[in-house]
Design a protein around this ligand. Structure first.
Ligand code: ZN
Length: 295
């Protein structure tokens, strides 16, 4: 806990890219070597990029994508650039997590960097579109779900295997809103991959594209939305988000976040590890094993 930097993370450059053109800002996660696993640095750089896009009056629509084979493998639980132990330049009124112990360490960190940040991004007053290819797993879901629209390639897949850690899903608990409650239970109970086609049927994905056409399709959709007036888009987005919150989305997430942290702390008490002994490698092995068990 005494380290203040992570040499491996420092060596990575441009882990979030930003480009704005034709009224569309494109924010790109750029850790393809690690399947865009989100470390703290990436999370805070994403936040900066969203702020930049919101502040630019020329930008009407924001696109979020991931460089490489996969959209995002989730939160960084095992790359050399993992930096959960480091302090960050915080965006909310939460205090620093890095020098805290027990349940406080992760609770404070996730309240700020996961639940807090995702809610900020979900509520940015400009339409957002996620362009998803390949894997969109756990923390990857959170990034896709905070966007207003999702376009996925036909080979994209979605999963939340966090229940395997004894934890009731990822921190941004939108599952019963993205899917109907019964399908959300199946999605979580099995940890199975949901195909883009099924996600489209469920209304979680707006449009299906291909690897070859994803960028063009998303750009076209973004430019079309960008022809609408800025305030009209902002108010429409607010209205729909507000209705979701009236339906309990925000309050439901508060409760799920508390249960999520009871599970982290229980894991810590039982095994000394808040993730129940799972790092990225073990999780991938277990996912593979489970994929072989036919339902
Ligand atoms: Zn967590």
């Amino acid at each position: 806990m005494s380290e203040t930097t992570n040499a491996a993370a420092e060596q990575e450059h441009d882990i979030v890219l930003y480009h704005a053109d034709q009224g569309v800002a494109t924010i790109t996660m750029n850790r393809p070597k690690y399947n865009n696993a989100q470390n703290g640095r990436m999370t805070y750089e994403l936040d900066d990029a969203f702020k930049r896009a919101v502040a630019d009056d020329e930008v009407k629509v924001i696109v979020l994508k991931g460089e490489g084979k996969h959209f995002s493998a989730g939160h960084d639980i095992g790359t050399p650039g993992r930096d959960i132990h480091l302090s960050q330049d915080r965006t909310s009124m939460w205090y620093d997590h890095a020098n805290k112990e027990g349940g406080e360490f992760l609770y404070v960190r996730e309240a700020e960097a996961y639940l807090g940040m995702c809610r900020r991004w979900r509520d940015v007053p400009k339409p957002t579109i996620a362009a998803v290819q390949g894997a969109c797993i756990a923390g990857g879901l959170m990034l896709a779900w905070v966007c207003d629209l999702i376009v996925a390639t036909d080979d994209a897949f979605f999963s939340d295997p966090v229940v395997r850690m004894g934890i009731p899903g990822v921190e941004y608990f939108a599952h019963p809103y993205e899917l109907n409650p019964r399908i959300a239970k199946e999605f979580l109970f099995t940890g199975d991959r949901m195909s883009a086609e099924r996600a489209h049927q469920m209304g979680m994905v707006n449009r299906i594209s291909t690897r070859d056409t994803l960028n063009d399709d998303v750009q076209q959709l973004a430019e079309k939305v960008a022809t609408m007036p800025r305030l009209g888009l902002a108010l429409t987005k607010q209205a729909i988000n507000h209705v979701e919150d009236l339906q309990g989305k925000r309050n439901g997430m508060e409760a799920a976040f508390a249960w999520h942290h009871f599970a982290h702390t229980h894991n810590d008490l039982m095994s000394g590890d808040k993730l129940g002994g799972f790092d990225a490698k073990k999780m991938a092995e277990e996912n593979k094993k489970q994929a072989e068990v036919k339902s």
